[in-house]
Write a protein that binds this ligand. Structure first.
Ligand code: AMP
Ligand code: FE
Ligand code: FE
Ligand code: ZN
Length: 297
């Protein structure tokens, strides 16, 4: 069993990198992928610990991007995973991530100010104290909960932090095509994260969207995810086959920030991702030069 999508407390998970590795080793996972949002800090710290524990560690990233259709619209939020299986990402990529991190900090400051305007005492220091330098909305949610402003984490999003919440502040996010291109240029394999969240109702609509992303250079799709029941897993495996995409999979473990998702096994034990998923990824390294194959209809 493997888990290729987890978060440390360097982004919005709650376990430190070493704790996460120890938990994975304790579970007997055959491989662990760390895909923090916009940072490799968790992965970097986990390398030595994983080596000592004899755990295969996979270097990943998760980018929040926007797919804009109309000029005036905010666009659809699309999360892309990047897997660096053939070696560490190019240095330019890390520099680019620093820009994204700056945009997060700026947004955090504006969100704290917005909450203050609403009469809620939530300081940037408290939030960033929970989330290191890469605090995100889940950390705001925890502070709101701790102070009794909401009675659970979901309410924090529904009332304040979600896209239609009172304290929501937009963040500058790269376009989907740019995110995919940057991952490819850095030697990574871009994979569509938790595809169910795109909210496509019909298989036809999903096919069309995935074909569009394939044209941008997408190489994989996260067919195994805690959001997916066995029917969805089958659907996305078949979608991957039709579009010539690699299959990736992970729980999207965030520790106490998403307490219903367990490392390795997902939501109520709905996942047991076979080692062969990683073997196939390793056997088929991404080739940025390859042209997208023509779609079969
Ligand atoms: P951020 O990266 O700071 O924009 O925060 C994004 C994270 O917040 C996502 O990964 C989710 O875990 C969480 N999140 C965003 N919107 C919601 C929502 N409406 N309900 C619950 N959690 C959400
Ligand atoms: Fe997250
Ligand atoms: Fe995500
Ligand atoms: Zn994630």
């Amino acid at each position: 069993m493997i888990d290729l999508h987890t978060h440390t407390d360097e982004s919005d998970g709650t376990l430190g990198p070493a704790q996460l590795v120890e938990a994975a080793a304790g579970l007997g996972l055959e491989a662990l992928g760390i895909c923090d949002h916009d940072t490799f800090a968790g992965y970097d710290q986990a390398v030595g610990v994983a080596q000592a524990a004899g755990l295969e560690l996979v270097c990943g990233i998760e980018l929040s991007t926007r797919l804009r259709r109309q000029r005036q619209s905010r666009g659809k939020s699309v999360h892309v995973l990047g897997y660096f299986l053939g070696g560490p990402p190019a240095a330019e990529f890390r520099t680019w991530l620093e820009q994204l991190q700056r945009s997060r900090r700026e947004r955090n400051a504006r969100m704290a100010a917005r909450l203050a305007e609403l009469g809620l005492e939530v300081t940037l220091e408290e939030v960033e104290g929970l989330g290191r330098s890469l605090a995100g909305r889940p950390h705001f949610a925890r502070v709101l909960l701790r102070k009794g402003y909401v009675s659970n984490l979901q309410e924090a999003f529904d009332v304040y932090l979600g896209e239609s919440g009172k304290a929501y502040v937009e963040r500058e996010e790269p376009g989907l095509a740019e995110g995919i291109r940057r991952i490819l240029e850095a030697g990574g394999l871009p994979s569509l994260a938790h595809p169910l969240r795109l909210g496509k109702r019909t298989p036809e609509a999903m096919d069309k969207l995935v074909a569009e992303m394939r044209e941008m250079g997408l190489k994989g799709i996260e067919a195994y995810h805690s959001d997916h029941g066995s029917r969805e897993v089958e659907q996305f495996l078949s979608l991957a086959g039709r579009h010539g995409l690699a299959v990736t999979g992970g729980t999207d473990f965030h520790g106490e920030n998403k307490p219903n998702i367990a490392l390795g096994t997902g939501a109520n034990g709905n996942l047991a991702i076979p080692r062969s998923v990683l073997d196939e990824l390793l056997a088929a390294p991404p080739n940025p030069q390859s042209r997208p194959a023509r779609l079969r209809r």
